[in-house]
Ligand binder design. Structure first.
Ligand code: HAM
Length: 426
């Protein structure tokens, strides 16, 4: 039989990485988001295709080329979510969970799906930690949302992270800017690549993103969004910048930052990390004051971000210590049949007291059990045999220092509680 392999671009996340890196990233993000009063939302992994077409936009790469769209058995067109903003907003709208002027704060963690060409840092199933602040349009919300990301990356110990910031205007000034930009580009059409010819017709601002050096050269002298803002957008952006500066969050103005989704207005931003190669954006987001109307709701301002978990984890792997596990918990070893029964009771009590504890289920001899306890990064090994059962005392071995102590069964839990549960970092 041919062995069945997983799908390209959809990697498995295996132990110990799942715990050491993924759970750690998730745990840190949840703790920080909850400090800012964000609440978790879980939406389905598929939605009606129309939701993404309308929100992300017909001319975008995501909608045109990258969606996993299928007809279900009832003939309905469904799509595996390529991002989390539209589903979160759809859900909050459906359940009437927000109103204008009141801020609803939600976050989500989960898989997203885009049929992109897999490469380092780019997958077809990838994971995002996203947050959306819905209902208030003030620049203070923008600053707070960006502050969360800065805090998260700092808490994770990521250095060499850069915040790119831009404002792309709103419904009042963006159409005129797009027209000016398109007119400029039309005059330089001969310099543009074939993809940008299509962009020029469908979504001219996306030309700014093109990696082709000739297109980039053509863009260099083009009108810039931040210089074409209306008064309201200019004041909004100035206040966002003022608050970031007051918070001591460094950023670079990146006038070419347009982002790959059509729903953005005003503030847009991305965090990049050094050392990741071409796919260096570890988080992106922005304001989307028009999106809720686009999907049939009342005009409601909102802003949010999403962190690309795979890319942050690549950065964490670069920080040596974070990828190493620490010794923790108790291996309850047995020397003989009497010890094996006692081990079940001891392990049961230890787990109820909150310890990671295992017994020997593999029929190993005592020496091999101790070796396994060491290899599996337990901090203690409790050794039980006929003698210990008779005397009511266990031998406890500290696997880090090698020291042993005799402890009565009745005091075992208290003894372990009084000692470190986890080995201190080296
Ligand atoms: P996005 O920029 O498309 O924005 O994605 C956010 C992050 O997800 C990216 O910066 C990147 O780290 C990660 N990402 C995207 N595609 C892939 C991929 N194929 N493989 C690995 N990682 C990837 C959004 O999705 C918006 N919904 C963000 C947002 C929330 N805007 C407002 N609220």
């Amino acid at each position: 039989m041919v062995k069945i392999q997983g799908v390209r671009g959809a990697p498995d996340i295996l132990p110990p990485e799942a715990k050491l890196l993924w759970q750690r990233l998730e745990g840190t993000a949840r703790a920080i988001l909850e400090r800012y009063n964000y609440e978790e939302i879980r939406t389905p992994v598929f939605e009606r295709t129309e939701l993404f077409v309308r929100s992300i936009g017909e001319g975008t790469d995501i909608v045109e080329k990258e969606m996993y769209t299928f007809q279900d058995k009832g003939g309905e067109s469904l799509t595996l979510r390529p991002e989390g903003t539209a589903p979160a907003v759809r859900s909050y709208l459906e359940h009437a969970r927000f109103g204008k002027g009141t801020l609803a704060k939600v976050y989500y963690i989960g898989p997203m799906f885009r049929h992109e060409r897999p490469q380092a840092g780019r997958f077809r199933q990838f994971h995002q930690i996203g947050a959306e602040a819905i209902g208030v349009g003030g620049p203070e919300v923008d600053a707070e949302v960006i502050e969360i990301l800065a805090y998260l990356f700092e808490a994770l110990g990521l250095r060499d992270v850069t915040l790119h910031l831009n404002s792309i205007g709103d419904a009042a000034c963006r159409p005129a800017f797009r027209e000016r930009f398109a007119a400029y580009m039309r005059e330089r059409k001969d310099d543009l690549c074939p993809d940008c010819h299509v962009r020029l017709e469908k979504n001219p601002l996306r030309i700014m993103d093109c990696k082709n050096p000739r297109c980039q050269a053509a863009v260099a002298g083009a009108p810039k969004a931040a210089e074409n803002l209306c008064e309201a957008c200019r004041a909004h952006f100035a206040r966002v910048r003022e608050l970031l500066e007051a918070l001591g969050i460094p950023y670079v103005l990146n006038e070419r930052l347009v982002r790959g989704l059509d729903y953005y207005t005003r503030t847009t931003f991305e965090f990049t990390a050094a050392g990741l190669g071409a796919q260096n954006a570890i988080a992106g987001g922005g304001r989307y004051d028009g999106l809720i109307e686009t999907i049939g709701g009342p005009s409601t301002p909102a802003i949010g971000f999403a962190v690309g978990m795979e890319r942050v984890i690549l950065c964490l792997k670069g920080l040596e210590a974070s990828a190493e596990g620490r010794r923790e918990g108790v291996y309850v070893a047995n020397a003989d049949a009497a010890g094996a029964s006692q081990a079940f009771l001891v392990a049961r009590d230890l787990r109820r007291a909150g310890f990671r504890a295992v017994v020997n289920l593999e029929g190993r001899k005592l020496n091999r059990q101790i070796g396994q306890a060491d290899g599996d990064m337990f901090l203690y090994c409790v050794i039980l045999g006929e003698n210990e059962v008779r005397s009511g005392q266990a031998t406890v071995k500290d696997l880090k220092s090698g020291q042993q102590e005799v402890v009565p069964f009745a005091q075992l839990v208290d003894w372990l509680k009084a000692h470190p549960r986890e080995a201190p970092a080296e």
